[in-house]
Design a protein around this ligand. Sequence first.
Ligand SMILES: [Zn+2]
Length: 310
Amino acid sequence: MNPDSVTFDSFCNLFQREEDCTRVLFAAKWPDGFRCPQCQHPHAYCITTRRLPLFECRACRGQTSLIAGTIMQGSRTPLRSWFQAIFLHARPEGINALQLSRIIGVTYKTAWLICHKIRHAMQHKDSQELLTDLVRLTDAKLFTRTMSSSAWHSQEQSVLVGSSENEQGRIFRIKIKKQNKQPLRNRYESPPVEPFIRKHVSIQAAKRAIVSRHYFGNRNQALLAIGRDAQWELARKFRGIGPKHLQVYLDQFCYVWNRRKQLVFGELLSQCANTRTITYPVLIKPVEDLSRSIVPRPAAPAKTVAIRAS
Ligand SMILES: [Zn+2]
């Protein structure tokens, strides 16, 4: 049975036992068969006396766990709970940590950590996919406030929104990257685009990238709408996102947007099985001056202020 064509209840029935998950995770981690991480030898003894199987390389005798080198490394959460969390993240409606904690029966802290680790796998994959073809780019502001002042509101965030367009003019890939607003003189100044282009646009596409400015006459309404969609989605689905974590939520939004109907459990599981984990201490490491939440509640998002520079 295809795990992507079933309901959540059916999925849970499909992966009731840890052994069911072990088999599928092995295939996701080593699609071409076992490979020793130390010496690349293709054969191992399987030690089954532990909660999860341990593999001992027949050549170098090095031992490796099934979850070593995956986002699940070091986790005591059962694999079936991880599978359920990955399945729910692959659904179009998505899920937040509070919902996940209730559904899979773990503490909020554990659910928060699982969500962040899955998000980390999405971010890792997204970072490998450059914008190509016809690239358009604009600056935008998220979580804007209605103010007469040109000074930044503490909750406002400056971002660059980029897209790839095919020959038919259809956008097939997007990226939204948070910008440092400290060097900008005021909230109407656009951040520089060169670092974004160097990092996120293919060399060929960079030569003819089209840049629009939010507060100039040639504003790109389609990209600005994508920025607003991201803001609304984050406000609807999550709460308490601080500036430190905003980028990974934006990357999750883009990862899902870029796949839309094609996002499937198998693909996300494969990415989770091939992405090194991110630890709790790293996730909660404080960042100076970035402690305030910018998405304090899941209520209706703030209105975007349409102000043109004079
Ligand atoms: Zn080996």
